[in-house]
Design a protein around this ligand. Sequence first.
Ligand code: SF4
Length: 329
Amino acid sequence: MERLHTDLFDMECCKLCPRKCSVDRRAAGGSVKNGVCGQSEKIKIARAALHYWEEPCISGKNGSGAVFFSGCSLKCVFCQNREISAGGFGREISVERLGEIFLELQEKGAENINLVTPTHFIPQIRAALDLVREHLKLPIVYNSSGYENVESLKLLDGYIDIYLPDFKYADKGLAAELSKAGDYPECALSAIDEMVRQTAEKQSPEDCSSDGICSFDDRGMMRKGVIIRHLVLPGHIHNSQDVLKLLYERYNNTLYYSIMNQYTPPEDRMMLDALSKEHPELTRKLTKREYEKTIDYALSLGITKAFIQEGDTASESFIPPFDLEGVDL
Ligand code: SF4
């Protein structure tokens, strides 16, 4: 694998995300275990397949070409993808293989390439996109926790068409308690500012219809834009209301919001026991009433561009099997 060195993103002293661990992520002789994401410089993925559970303008009829990266720099006590985020499940692949996977997903009819939890592999992803740039015609979606460094995102300027960041917390204390990241609100806001800047500058006349900084083709599929996702947590609707207020005051209806009710308590017994001691509210699903109150609040603010979930989506599984589908040749 080609060694990736830039002034900002030196794998010998990684400061790619806000953790700024300064660890050596090089595979040989590195101290990779000390980095919060737990990942070496080698790309590791758990699945690359068509995925049907994103917002309708992302999944479409054919499904989004989702590539699930292993590891994560956040440490959410309620993580829904724990097997790959903390457990590190996945297979190491080369930059070249990642490029091939993008093209294979395109051949399977994917609506876009959806990079899921990609933050700790930004330089490697950029290198893979460079390799297949001529042949890859799909929009590229950057689907992240929102916990990002602006300097790292600048490396993606011109590579990403659709940003799909979470915005989890307005409250630093809650962010520290639930994700061990007290600086989450400020980091995520600066990151979204940068995502909005990049997207606003890239709108072109060939995009079929434009809607604020978002544009769609004639099938209603997003071509460029920003959708900010917020998962409403049981027992924390005040945080959700503060999040929506903060975001709406900053971005108004220039972009889309996705307000999600699909929180699922962990099935793992040990995790559930730990949660019941520290955060018993997170051992249950969100109630219909909690979700409705959050949506009513969004409407009262003036939010008009939002994806909401109907029915009992908390009982559906949005978590695909992490079975290495699409990873090997
Ligand atoms: S990408 Fe990983 S090693 Fe690098 S700063 Fe973030 S958590 Fe630490």
